[in-house]
Design a protein around this ligand. Sequence first.
Ligand code: APR
Length: 310
Amino acid sequence: MRKKIALIGGGQIGQNLAMLAAMKELGDIVVLDIPDYVNPVKGKALDLMEMAPHGNYDANITGTSDYKDIEGADVVIVTAGKPRVAGMTREDLLATNLQIITDAANGIKKYAPKAFCIIVTNPLDAMVYAFYKLTGFPRHQVVGMAGTLDTARWRAFISMELGVSVTDVAGTVLGGHGPDMVPLPRLTTVGGVPLPEIATKEQIDKLVLRTREAGTEIVKLFGKGSAFFSPAWSAIIMAESYLHDKRRVLACAALCEGEYGIKGLFLGVPALISAKGLEKIFEIKLNDEEKALLQKTVEGVKKTVEETKL
Ligand code: APR
């Protein structure tokens, strides 16, 4: 039997998730949105069914506003919520998106209580925490998509700056999904060569800053709305690693239970995603400077999480 993927939110990221999930034949796809937007998501689903003969995929893709239709989903990806407009921080979305995440948590808990859940809605670190608290799901079943995207941005900018293939750039970004996130130049390599050996300090500082502000750079260009292609791909590889037991090690917002000295907070850390869901968090031995940077991002995440009052 085909797997079932439920996408809560059929806007910019949701529609790209649907296309990618179809093209990768991850399973049948249900896109859920609010009643006022159900016809557009039904239209997007139909459009993707009509793309299938050329896209060469077999998948049933449907749009709905009824949580009953996500029943038994294996994976749920939540993008429901408002995106930023220019001048807004991710935190400015908190009150509105908390209400939306509450609706999603209730619906998913009722109809897809076994699903591996990937949260994308911003402010990410607080929304994934809220979702976890509201559903009561175990830690292995809930992750946030942020570090996967931040790492992709870090790798892309290094490739653009140094004129090297992006596929040879390896590295990770720790911490919250905001301007205090922690790219790790010391542990980044280009074809096995440590980044600090092939880039100047000025170049590295510039790359770190651009990565931290990457989402905002795109919001400024759009004026209204935020990035959607790269967030969609980032969430899809997390879903794929779970569904195909690929055992990828991806930077995910995962619930730390003592790792990195952090308890009870979701934070971007390298994690193994397997058929068990979040199987393991890997701890990196950080130097003092990196530890201080991580501490700063933890304080920021704590503050936003406290605002959820959960
Ligand atoms: N239930 C289901 N869907 C909802 C709900 C709800 N309660 N409330 C809003 N939505 C839907 C909207 O109708 C819209 O179709 O969520 C969709 C969001 O799509 P976009 O506005 O296009 O936003 P998008 O760019 O996809 O970003 C979604 O991800 O990266 C984050 O900051 C971003 O929080 C934002 C989220």
